[in-house]
Design a protein around this ligand. Structure first.
Ligand SMILES: *Cc1c(COP(=O)(O)O)cnc(C)c1O
Length: 454
């Protein structure tokens, strides 16, 4: 038997109104391996910090979400939201599973083309599409989701001189009972702009209006919001068919399903309080099925789910740099990754666990990153066993929006590996180096004549 580490006796302050040490799950439980691969070994091989993705989990999540919808509705298509995680391998896994691509910029559009996605299976969203990007999308037969009237007029102009009729959808925003309302993308439903845009497109006759799109928010915990959104979308689709004789081929309900992460400020959130993809699927599909479309004229249902498909397939491994006492006596622990690497720590209280055996004595502490910036706080308050410098930690559910929103700031961005279904690990992205960071810089000879110390 392994000899336990000596720990000095301690007196623990109990705060009234706070959970005591018996009331919550033991956070000291070590999480020392991901799918059988020791955390220590991964860090030795690829360095720290390190992002780790699980191929198995990604495919599992995708298949479960698809099943939730296609067991309830006959025509379902997912489109992978590139901005959630656009590593080529990740996108290719989703495409291999049958997912189209959902992109929100010219850059993401190019990535989808490079990943081999058929142009007609690329959904082009976003408020900032440029003329030449729209032209490429028209030529490739992509699905262009119009965000505002200026884009609509530019498209009309491009369509007039194009041999292919652009395939377009209108992005609609609306009151779904979620506040603050997301009304900055697309055309508003309640004030009539959405219908205005729809009838302009149909009457213009140079474009094919084949879809309607909405994306009502993100990390939505209210299933009823989707029922409201779906009802309004179906109403528009029905009017398109009846009043304009322009049946709609697809309804794209966007993304927005929550992952099972813990949002900041939500007290005692648990897995029980987060609706499942099945709950959302039930709300959306029954609304469409009961709306009154003729059986052979049901629209294709498109979903652009991002976060919920990949968050729990990603981990961030890191290492403890130091411990300190703060002015109020509280423990502060400094880790080797900060908010530049784990961007989602601004919104989430990420679950963080030690990666090696520890005692059951835990202490409330604040986890800092290595940046010389006061905002660099990974967790304001977490109960963990005392960690020594050199110990490793695992951040859970870090797969969505980190490997795209991370910043090259003060430190290099770390490597990303994937644990394949076969159990092998593969490097997906190398850790950055000085050469990489400097690659785009130019150094004009401004400093030449001055005394520069060499
Ligand atoms: C970001 C985004 C998504 C994905 O959203 P999630 O909340 O991650 O599911 C889908 N569609 C559009 C238009 C988006 O901008």
């Amino acid at each position: 038997m392994q000899k336990l580490k000596y720990e000095r006796p301690y007196i623990k302050k109990l705060n009234t109104g706070m959970l005591n040490k018996f009331a919550s799950a033991n956070p000291a439980q070590a999480f020392d391996a991901i799918e059988g691969i020791p955390v220590k070994k991964l860090i030795e091989q690829y360095g720290s910090p390190l992002f780790v993705l699980s191929e198995k989990r990604i495919r599992h999540n995708y298949r479960a979400a698809l099943r939730a919808f296609n067991t309830r509705y006959p025509k379902v298509q997912f489109a992978w939201s590139y901005k959630t995680n656009y590593l080529s391998t990740v996108c290719q896994i989703f495409h291999e599973e049958g997912s189209w691509a959902e992109v929100v910029s010219g850059f993401e559009y190019q990535k989808a083309v490079k990943n081999g996605v058929n142009g007609s299976h690329i959904i082009f969203n976003g408020p900032g599409k440029k003329r030449e990007e729209l032209l490429a999308a028209i030529e490739n037969n992509s699905l262009i989701h119009i965000d505002h009237f200026d884009e609509l007029y530019m498209l009309m102009e491009l369509a007039a001189s194009s041999s292919t009729k652009p395939r377009v959808a209108v992005r609609v925003n609306m009151d779904t009972g979620l506040y603050p309302q997301w009304d900055r993308f697309g055309f508003n439903y309640e004030n009539g702009e959405a219908w205005n845009a729809i009838s302009k497109i149909v009457q213009n006759n140079k474009m094919q209006l084949i879809g309607l799109h909405c994306h009502i928010g993100t990390y939505i915990l209210d299933v009823a919001a989707y029922t409201k959104a779906t009802t309004k979308m179906c109403g528009l689709a029905m009017r398109c068919a009846k009043d304009l004789n322009n049946p709609i081929e697809y309804l794209d309900m966007g993304g927005g399903f929550p992952s099972n992460n813990v949002l900041k400020g939500v007290h005692l959130q648990s897995a029980d309080s987060i609706p499942s993809v099945d709950d959302f699927a039930e709300a959306i599909t029954t609304t469409i099925l009961n709306f009154g479309f003729e059986k052979d004229k049901l629209p294709l249902l498109i979903l652009e789910t991002g976060r919920a498909l990949i968050d729990d397939a990603g981990y961030l491994l890191g290492t403890v740099i130091a411990n300190k006492r703060l002015a109020n006596g509280r423990r502060g622990t400094v880790l080797d990754f900060g908010v530049n690497t784990l961007f989602t720590s601004f919104w989430y209280d990420h679950q963080i666990t030690p990666a090696q055996g520890t005692s059951t004595h835990t202490e409330p502490m604040t986890l800092y990153g290595p940046l010389c910036m006061n905002i660099d706080v990974i967790r304001e308050n977490i109960n963990l066993p005392v960690l020594d410098p050199g110990d490793h930690v695992v951040v859970h559910k870090a797969g969505a929006y980190n490997m795209t929103q991370w910043m090259q700031f003060i430190t290099y961005r770390p490597a990303i590996v994937m644990i394949a279904e076969s159990g092998e690990t593969h490097l997906l992205r190398k850790a950055e180096t000085l050469d990489y960071v400097d690659e785009m810089e130019q150094t004009p000879e401004l400093t030449k004549s001055k005394a520069v110390e060499k």
